[in-house]
Design a protein around this ligand. Sequence first.
Ligand SMILES: Cc1cc2nc3c(=O)[nH]c(=O)nc-3n(C[C@H](O)[C@H](O)[C@H](O)COP(=O)(O)OP(=O)(O)OC[C@H]3O[C@@H](n4cnc5c(N)ncnc54)[C@H](O)[C@@H]3O)c2cc1C
Length: 355
Amino acid sequence: MAENVVVGAGLAGMVAAINLAREGREVLVLERESRVGGSPLYHPSPEGTPIDLPRLAEYTGIDISGAVARFKAGSVVVYGEKVTVDMDAISSVVIERGPRSTSLDSYLYELAVKEGVKFEFNHPVISNDDTVKLPPDTIIATGLYFEGFDALRVPYLTSFHFVTRRKVPDEEANHVTVYHGQFTSDYAYTCSVNGIQFAHVFQRRPIGKDTLHAFTEQVFVSEGIEFDGWEQFTFPVPAASINNPRLFAGDKILAGTLAGCMESYMFFGMLGALVSGKIAAMAVSDKARAYQEFKLATSAFKGAYLMKKMGNITPHWLHRLMLLQGIPRLSEYPALADVVKRAIPGWRNCERAGA
Ligand SMILES: Cc1cc2nc3c(=O)[nH]c(=O)nc-3n(C[C@H](O)[C@H](O)[C@H](O)COP(=O)(O)OP(=O)(O)OC[C@H]3O[C@@H](n4cnc5c(N)ncnc54)[C@H](O)[C@@H]3O)c2cc1C
């Protein structure tokens, strides 16, 4: 039997590989690093996102609840003013990413190995020439790396990041605080899970030391924590064009962030990656059906893209007012929470699966 190839042992790649293996296919995953868990620059890290776990399991055939925790507390610091968020109203969960045994990446890897998927580590697929040599219907799921976008000529924006992390006691785990303020036109946060706390500030234009200083100071005032040891990096995000989401590139199938399954306002990408892994596997045998599923998965992309464009020209005072009015009302008005959730790629596929 011919081997199905998947490039990238991240969320989308592993969900695709597991689904193909369950169809009785031979599957080989090519991964650039020497292990699963992605870039050591920003992993391990806690990531948060709205996910309906039972419906996701129904849609993808994979129950990830063993690698997911509920948030104990969530707040947003809006230009210095702290507001509590009802994390359950937006079904938000926290997930460890990276190479540790407690991460979702390790959880999916173990499952994939059990299903008979083969992995070849230290095998980067970098250039367009490398990609062309792969068999038709190869699934490319290389995530937030420039090479994949360049090789397949997918338009991207560069986003600029500072991250750092520290150990925290268990009782401080599963907390998130999101920061909006003058210091970034995007946002920043601190988040903890499984004994690590991560701080992250980013923006779609270069970040100066003054920005980092303003964020560090705000975290100290709001949470009493002093972070240091910051690392700087950039990555590509599929928010450069309103038409970014794409399931196919020539005879290859795309999945995850590279396919545009990342929400273009807040950059939530985990749910989209998991759902698009299932869709990519479907595309190997039924392209028409997979295309319809992909359109549903990314149906909110354009709205979020336009919201962000408007957000970029919204003055800080209006941004502050909107956040202070909207965040406390998430649990009061389920329709408002639904708008947030349905903007996340993949949410609507899961919603329909559970209907
Ligand atoms: C610091 C940070 C914080 C984030 N926070 C959140 C969050 O809170 N909530 C949320 O929903 N999303 C968040 N995201 C986004 C989320 O991580 C991604 O959208 C998601 O991981 C995308 O999944 P993927 O399968 O496309 O790629 P990934 O899971 O990143 O996997 C890509 C895999 O491909 C491999 N690879 C890359 N290039 C090559 C190559 N050339 N050849 C072979 N292998 C290659 C990588 O090593 C990696 O294993 C965050 C991202 C970062 C970096």
